[in-house]
Design a protein around this ligand. Structure first.
Ligand code: GLN
Length: 542
């Protein structure tokens, strides 16, 4: 019998529900249980594919090509799962399928309503996610904050699940902020009390309350939360600030959360094994080296836009005991003030992330040129590869004004061009190349040495690719094409072997990167940044 744990959030958004849900999964996993996770997102978008990252952070891509909320990335990173598009459930997706059924006549003339039709659709998706993988537990994170109008159908659906699945198979966790007043240093529980009341008004009494606070809550605060939350004191836990998010399962389990959850749901698993996880965490928080990375992007004001990438850089760092300090630089800065590119001298490596549209691209190209000319370790991902190719075409192959047709449709040298199939797409936001595809690596190259495999599987999300017509001239001038799609039509990796480290990939290694198993490209990059900093000869990765 599958059990269900529902996580809701109160007081404000970004309170850390995603990390808490992932941490809870880890507590269950180390006890030998099999969790899966569903994210319920109240927004009306059918998926995150069309969303501006500045509105909602990065779009996380699943193996099956789902464009989902970034929290799925946290679940995958913590639990080493490969989730599916269906693990992300938005209001838009729910309404779309209910309306399609209605148009199809499936409701046999009945009046289609939020209760029961929308709520049934939500419940079915939650249950299906569990049966699809035979999970012991489905963790359901309800996006947004309790009290939001949009979240009501989701809360109603999870309220009903208590009655349908039974008390012993369902558990509600509410996580809310407990602010500390800076004048008196007092911990304030009133906002949390109000959000618990709001939840009760909907008919949900939490079984566990997690106080999100900068410091560990004191006994008095804990007692107050228990009293006003109507739960025993041993059902109150505190997620306080830690150096690395990967420590959160450890600190909550130490407070007894894992045992409490298992007891309450009737799981008999007295042993837990944190050895592996602990060793990964230790590598992260006890570094021997330190590097400074410049991430030059167009969404540098919101670090959540690059969260999978920044985590992958940190995973790579943990593998070589290196602390990774990332500075987010707005690419347009180098366009407005070209001399400012020289500030890149202060960094050990230059990283160019994904991107769409023309804003900031010239600034990124300037940064790539700096990296190439000054032999700074360089890694580019997706747009990073495309812009590196443009830079090389312009400045090494003398193809003046070479560009991508995404940026300048009239460029005389379209070294990056739209994938032919994309041209027929009605909605330009639909990505022709999305999800996991096979890639072939050429031996004796950086990328091959990093993966130590001829064939790899990685995720994608793009519409434009290197134009095959320019491969000859680019190769003649020294650019090495070290990875290709199985059909050989798509260039998947480029590198410059004479540089200390210069690599770019069309695929997104960051989506499969894990703390104990970093994406090879990211790991190689950080290792090169660290080695160059301490004057070691360039790594061969063999
Ligand atoms: N804008 C580019 C494309 O669509 C790159 C996409 C990306 O970086 N994910 O091909």
């Amino acid at each position: 019998m599958t059990k269900y744990i529902f996580v809701t959030g109160g007081v404000l958004s970004s309170v850390g529900k995603g990390i808490l849900t992932s941490s809870l999964g880890k507590m269950l996993q180390v006890r030998g249980l099999k969790p899966t996770v569903v994210k319920n997102d109240p927004y009306v978008n059918v998926d995150a594919g069309t969303m501006n990252p500045y509105m909602h952070g990065e779009t996380f891509v699943t193996d099956d090509g789902g464009e989902t909320d970034l929290d799925l990335g946290w679940y995958e990173r913590f639990l080493d799962l490969s989730l599916k598009r269906d693990n992300s459930v938005t209001t838009g997706a729910i309404y779309k399928s209910v309306i399609e059924k209605e148009r199809n006549g499936d409701y046999a003339g009945r009046c289609v309503q939020i209760v029961p039709h929308i709520t049934n659709e939500i419940k079915n998706r939650i249950k299906n996610a569990g049966t699809a993988v035979n999970a012991d537990v489905v963790l359901i994170e309800v996006g947004g904050t309790v009290g939001d109008i949009e979240g009501l159908p989701f809360l109603e659906a999870i309220r009903q699940m208590r009655m349908e699945e039974g008390y012993e198979n369902t558990l509600y966790i509410h996580v809310a902020l407990v602010p500390i007043l800076d004048v008196t240093q007092e911990m304030k529980t009133k906002p949390l009390q109000h959000s618990v009341n709001e939840l009760r008004r909907i008919g949900i009494q939490p079984d566990i309350i997690v106080a999100r606070s900068t410091n560990m809550i004191d006994t008095e605060t804990l007692q107050k939360i228990a009293l006003f939350g109507t739960i025993p004191e041993n059902a109150v836990f505190c997620a306080y600030n830690v150096e690395s998010v990967y420590q959160v399962p450890l600190i909550l389990d130490k407070q007894g959360m894992g045992d409490f959850v298992c007891q309450r749901l009737g799981f008999n698993c007295p042993n837990r094994d944190y050895r592996e996880w602990q060793s990964f965490v230790d590598a992260t928080i006890n570094p021997l080296y330190e590097v400074k990375i410049a991430l030059v992007g167009k969404y540098s004001g919101l670090t959540d836009c690059y969260v999978s990438m920044s985590e992958s850089l940190k995973h790579g760092g943990a593998a070589c005991r290196t602390k990774v300090n990332i500075t987010y630089i707005e690419a347009e800065k180098f366009e407005k003030n070209p001399a400012s590119v020289n500030e890149l001298a202060n960094f050990d490596g230059i990283f160019i992330p994904y991107g769409f549209g023309s804003r900031g691209t010239e600034g990124k190209i300037t940064a790539i040129k700096y990296a190439r000319e000054n032999n700074k370790p360089f890694l580019g991902i997706c747009y990073g590869l495309q812009l590196a190719t443009i830079e090389f075409a312009r400045n090494v192959c003398n193809l003046k004004d070479a560009n991508s047709t995404e940026i300048n449709p009239k460029t005389p040298y379209p070294v990056v061009d739209i994938i032919p199939q994309q041209k027929d797409k009605e909605h330009k936001d639909v990505k022709t190349c999305i999800g996991t595809h096979k890639i072939q690596l050429q031996s004796n190259t950086i990328i091959y040495n990093l993966y130590q495999q001829e064939e790899i599987m990685e995720r994608h999300r793009h519409r434009f690719e290197i134009n095959p017509d320019y491969i000859e001239i680019l190769s003649k001038n020294g650019l090495v094409f070290s990875g290709k799609s199985a059909s050989s039509t798509r260039i998947e990796a480029i590198e410059l072997p004479d540089k200390y480290f210069y690599l770019a990939t069309q695929f997104h290694g960051e989506f499969k990167s894990r703390l104990g198993n970093p994406s090879p490209a990211f790991k190689g990059f950080i290792q090169a940044c660290k080695d160059k900093k301490i004057d070691k000869p360039k790594p061969t990765f063999t």
